[in-house]
Design a binder for this molecule. Structure first.
Ligand SMILES: Nc1ncnc2c1ncn2[C@@H]1O[C@H](COP(=O)(O)OP(=O)(O)OP(=O)(O)O)[C@@H](O)[C@H]1O
Length: 277
């Protein structure tokens, strides 16, 4: 099966052979086509590093990273054209105006949709100014426009809404959900705002200690996660974590009614904090 993004047992880190820090230690993540995935992890857990490997900007030392079935590191241009990416670094073309900047990026793509960009500019209230004079939130909007104009099949966003005000954040996130339902676009979005992830994503992936602790539908995670004693994992239960002598397990459907299991916290934020403490 070919996934838009397929990471298997990825190891990656920084530094020289002598002084190396391993950040990803066997991370595995397969994104289903058309899914919207929130990537959660504590500060410094390696979300940006995982995104760099996924995009072929950084080479893994072990494991494999594939985009649409081809190795991310050697990804050919026709596959790259199907990607959209917004990084945390927003200092693109500071001397250019917004339109000049969008025009330049658009000229790289044969399918750039100017009408769509104009519509989004109106919707997000993006005016004409030189990039250098924009606030961080305004720059973030321009970066998002640059990533959306060619309607990519896979959109990877590294904390895209961190600097947007609540109104702009909602508007942007609902545009993403619309896009996804119109075009079956696959989205990976890292964010610390768990309520946003809960509201707009179908799936959540939690990165912890260099591995993807779980990657599940959010509803299922909230419904099926229970704490069980050692030796009590039911058949078909998926152990996510061992903590304080207990196991955090995704129960199979037919075990949900048993009362002997302690229910995990209800909100994604509480759950994330519990899982990664
Ligand atoms: N270019 C680099 N060289 C050396 N170390 C780096 C580099 N980039 C990141 N790191 C280190 O790798 C670790 C993971 O960083 P990364 O940016 O991937 O985490 P993150 O989960 O995206 O963090 P945040 O949520 O704070 O944005 C951190 O300890 C960071 O200091």
């Amino acid at each position: 099966m070919t996934y838009p993004l397929d990471l298997t047992n990825v190891h990656a880190g920084y530094g020289t052979k002598k002084e190396r820090v391993e950040i990803l230690k066997g991370a595995t993540l397969h994104l289903d086509s058309g899914s919207i995935n929130g990537l959660l992890g504590r500060n410094g857990s390696g979300k940006t590093t995982l995104i760099r490997v996924a995009l072929g900007l950084m080479k893994s030392t072990e494991g494999s990273a594939e985009l649409m079935g081809v190795t991310a590191w050697d990804c050919p241009n026709p596959v790259r054209e199907r990607l959209g990416y917004v990084s945390q670094n927003l200092d693109y073309f500071p001397e250019a105006t917004v339109d000049r900047c969008l025009g330049l990026v658009g000229s790289f793509y044969s399918n750039w949709d100017n009408a769509y960009i104009d519509e989004l500019k109106d919707r997000w209230d993006v005016g004409e100014a030189s990039i250098a004079t924009l606030s961080v939130g305004q720059k973030q909007k321009v970066a998002l426009l640059m990533a959306l104009g060619h309607r990519p099949d896979l959109l990877i966003l590294d904390e895209p809404v961190a600097s947007l005000d609540p109104a702009a954040r909602r508007s942007f996130l609902s545009t993403l959900v619309e896009l996804n339902s119109d075009t079956n676009q696959t989205i990976l979005l890292s964010s610390h705002i768990t309520s946003d992830i809960e509201r707009m994503c179908s799936h959540v992936a939690i990165l912890h200690h260099g591995q993807i602790l779980c990657h599940t539908k959010i509803d299922e995670l909230k419904e099926r996660l229970r704490v069980v004693e050692q030796g009590e994992v039911p058949l078909g239960g998926e152990v996510l974590l061992k903590k304080d002598g207990q196991l955090w397990v995704l129960l199979p459907e037919d075990e949900l009614e048993r009362n002997s299991y302690a229910r995990a916290p209800g909100s994604l934020e509480d759950l994330f904090l519990e899982l990664t403490q």
